[in-house]
Design a protein. Structure first.
Length: 308
């Protein structure tokens, strides 16, 4: 897991109380930790990290109203919501489903970058890129076309794992990721002709019409609640006959929910509707898990869609 985000209060005494509280939290003394965090917030009322941690502890203690209050205070203290307090409010039923704060995603993956590949591949058995490659080959074979692409976009490219899976089949790769540190890691692979620090939707909007033959997104759209704007832009950017391949997490329902792992799970029915609404043609939708959690496969989908 990435290092925990800490935003200093600017008050040395409050910061020290927070450090003591974290030690107690890690040792399991949640009540004492909560008391220290309350003291820290009294010293520094806009101490986002203390409010956020207090929300986590109160949630674990079963005091949901107090947890909601603390998470709201954390979000008020940091307008960018780098801790993702708003996501916890969604999980607690206090707020409706909404988009993930971009600053939260950036902070998460900036912290994750140094250990990303080891954590994902070794600890979580990550297999998203291999699943996408296999799915694209299957779709191309079905229409008797080679799986070679002149220009490809890698959305949420991370450290370059997906590009590595497709490297022999793509002439020109552009990677887009919201995390500057992930982009640094991707640059070191030498797999990309171009790399851009941007949210995937922002990055797509800067691309010309019909400028890509393939768009891939491995374990990236799990951080996107509403897929339709992204799918629209992908449809615009793809050449006729071009492919979009991506993985998602899913669940037994038909719509979109935020899972306990703070990633969105999309129902298969929602995915089908969104692809159709974006003017794309569904070529493949299969149940397949891209990663494990707690030593069990996370329910997932592998999707390939084509631009008519």
């Amino acid at each position: 897991m990435p290092a925990r985000l800490f935003l200093s209060s600017g008050n040395l005494v409050a910061d020290r109380r927070f450090e003591f509280a974290r030690d107690l939290q890690l040792k399991g003394d949640l009540v004492a930790a909560a008391d220290l965090l309350v003291q820290a917030t009294e010293l520094a009322p806009a101490f986002a990290s203390a409010w956020f941690t207090l929300g986590e502890i109160r949630h674990r203690l079963g005091d949901l109203d107090a947890a909601i209050e603390a998470f709201r205070k954390a979000r008020e203290a940091d307008a960018d919501d780098r801790h993702g307090a708003g996501l916890h409010l969604i999980l607690l039923g206090a707020d409706p489903l909404s988009a993930m704060p971009q600053a939260y995603v950036r902070a998460l993956f900036d912290q994750y970058a140094p250990k990303f590949e080891a954590a994902l591949v070794d600890d979580l058995g990550y297999r998203g890129p291999a699943l996408l490659f296999k799915a694209v080959l299957k779709v191309r074979n079905a229409v008797r076309k080679p799986a070679f692409f002149a220009r490809a976009l890698d959305l949420g490219c991370g450290t370059g794992l997906a590009a590595a899976a497709f490297a022999k089949e793509v002439d020109h790769f552009i990677g887009i990721d919201v995390s500057p540190r992930m982009i640094e890691k991707a640059r070191s692979t030498g797999l990309y002709e171009q790399l851009e620090v941007a949210d995937m939707l922002e990055g797509l909007r800067l691309k010309p019409n019909a400028s890509a033959d393939l768009v891939i997104a491995a374990d990236a759209m799990v951080y996107v609640a509403d897929l339709l704007p992204v799918l629209y832009e992908v449809g615009r950017v793809l050449v006729p006959g071009g492919l979009l391949a991506f993985t998602l997490e899913t669940y037994g329902g038909e719509e979109v929910i935020l899972g306990e792992g703070l990633r969105y799970a999309h129902g298969a029915a929602y995915v089908r509707r969104s692809i159709e609404a974006a003017g794309l043609k569904l070529s493949l939708l299969e149940d397949s898990s891209a990663r494990n959690e707690d030593n069990a496969p996370v329910p997932g989908l592998v999707i390939v869609a084509a631009k008519p």
